[in-house]
Design a protein around this ligand. Structure first.
Ligand code: PLP
Length: 451
């Protein structure tokens, strides 16, 4: 029989377990019942095959910024598929969706990030960035500048390049990672690592590790520093206020490129179009993906400053993906950007629903299990702790309480993720006040069930 939404759930789960390898999942990590089958979605709500309505407080994987079910994007895809379903821009050709999206991105991006090199995902775009920054310095007659500085517990993707730029120990432990010439400084996670320092002093200390690393490696060997404005997959780590100005000062002082990985923070997540604007950063390169198309089509890219683009354009850059600038993905992304703009969704996050969520989210810090509650725009985290005043970690193996809490949320029809013992959310930016109330109510209930 045809495999459709109408097939019994148990049979769908059996076929899934038999044939489908899930990313970032231990085979036995699927519950005995099997993976939940998501059948359709609208706004912030997912339906599963058993009729449950689940509030998706992760916007898929931090990507469905305009919410599910926007027919305009389906129509944009259909129009484009009928007119020109595919063509590339490699060999002296181009097409309207790639041009229009590039021009729109140049308008939206801060500073002189006026040029886009398209990729199919955030990981691919970060692979591109590794090649761009090294090629940039080679073109400038400084080929020794190859090393890239990143941060422990950063996430920059799952390809060999992306996962090497990332600082996730669990990923580095598999498959021969990281590739050479990537170096890591500590993350600005005051709650877990700040010890007796004030957040401000700790922020400065962590920022100055960048300077120390540049000096240790030799400025003449360092190509770039890469960072997420707010570390997402690492647990929505919001740096102390002292951190970013000091990082920017260091990037300005030394001759290195600054790559802001805006794959999560871009397109309204932090209450401005880009996290770099919220945090006062001036990157030379930005990685974009996810919210660029609200996840309706796979697309990513690297936004380059005038200077970087000019240098890279000096010779043929031997790099590109079959789906770089895919016309259907570009058309869908353009329509997504139109909706974000015309419906003033970013402004709503900044002025209305963002502050509303902040007030409710920060109140969760009153829960006995919650230490800090952090939020920027529409990305937020809770640090779970057995002892708030000592900022203690649970003694049990890392992640156990967070794992239980995540499962309680799931059972209560709320998708909230855990990273170790941090609970994180990143809801669709269109979430309403009423839906925020439901999110918070289910979060409280799930936390209570962990006591
Ligand atoms: N960079 C950041 C900051 C991310 O959060 C992600 C994905 O979560 C990536 C890069 C990788 O993007 P993709 O999964 O589209 O390859």
């Amino acid at each position: 029989p045809a495999i459709t939404n109408h097939m019994p759930t148990a049979e769908l789960q059996r076929l899934d377990a038999a044939h489908h390898m899930h990313p970032f999942t231990h085979g036995n990590g699927l519950s005995a019942k099997g993976a939940r089958v998501i059948t359709r979605a609208d706004g912030v709500w997912l339906n599963d095959s058993e009729g449950a309505r689940i509030l998706d407080a992760m916007a898929g994987l931090w990507c469905v910024n305009i919410g599910y079910g926007r027919h305009e994007l389906a129509e944009a895809a259909e129009r484009q598929m009928r007119e020109l379903p595919y063509y590339n821009t490699f060999f002296q050709t181009t097409h309207v969706p790639a041009i229009a999206l590039a021009a729109r991105l140049a308008e939206l991006a801060p500073g002189d990030l006026n040029h886009v090199f398209y990729a199919g995902s955030g990981s691919e775009a970060n692979d591109t960035n590794i090649r761009i920054v090294r090629q940039y310095w080679a073109e400038k007659g400084k080929p020794s500048k190859r090393k890239i500085i990143s941060r422990k517990n950063a996430y920059h993707g799952s390809t060999m390049g992306g996962a090497s730029l990332g600082g996730m120990a669990g990923m580095h432990a598999q498959g021969g990672l990281p590739i050479p010439d990537i170096h890591y400084i500590d993350q600005p996670n005051w709650w877990a690592e700040g010890g007796e320092m004030t957040p401000e002093a700790f922020g400065l200390e962590r920022a100055r590790q960048l300077e120390a690393m540049i000096n240790e490696l030799g400025e003449e060997n360092v190509a770039a520093f890469i960072a997420e404005p707010v570390q997402g997959a690492g647990g929505v780590i919001v740096a102390p206020d002292s951190y970013w100005p000091e990082v920017q000062r260091i990037c300005d002082k030394y001759e290195i490129l600054f790559i802001a990985d805006e794959v999560i923070c871009g397109f309204g997540r932090t209450g401005r179009w880009f996290g770099s604007e919220t945090l006062g950063l001036r990157p030379d390169i930005m990685t974009i993906a996810k919210g660029l198309s609200s996840g309706y089509q796979p697309i990513g890219g690297s936004l380059l400053s005038d200077e970087v683009a000019a240098v890279i354009s000096g010779h043929e850059f031997n790099h590109g993906y079959t789906y770089s600038g895919h016309p259907v993905a570009c058309a869908v992304a353009l329509e997504n950007l139109r909706i974000l703009d015309e419906e003033k969704i970013v402004e709503r996050v900044a002025e209305d629903t963002g502050p509303y969520l902040r007030e409710k989210w920060e109140a969760l810090a009153d829960h006995p299990l919650v230490g800090e509650a952090k939020i920027v725009g529409m990305m937020a985290s809770l640090a779970l702790t057995p002892d708030k005043s000592a900022r203690a970690a649970f003694a049990s193996s890392a992640g156990t309480v967070g794992f239980v809490c995540r499962d309680r949320c799931f059972a209560n029809n709320l998708i909230m993720r855990h990273v170790g013992d941090r609970m994180i959310i990143s809801p669709p930016l269109v979430i309403s006040r009423d839906e925020i109330d439901i999110l918070i109510e289910r979060a409280w209930k799930s936390l209570d069930q962990c006591l």
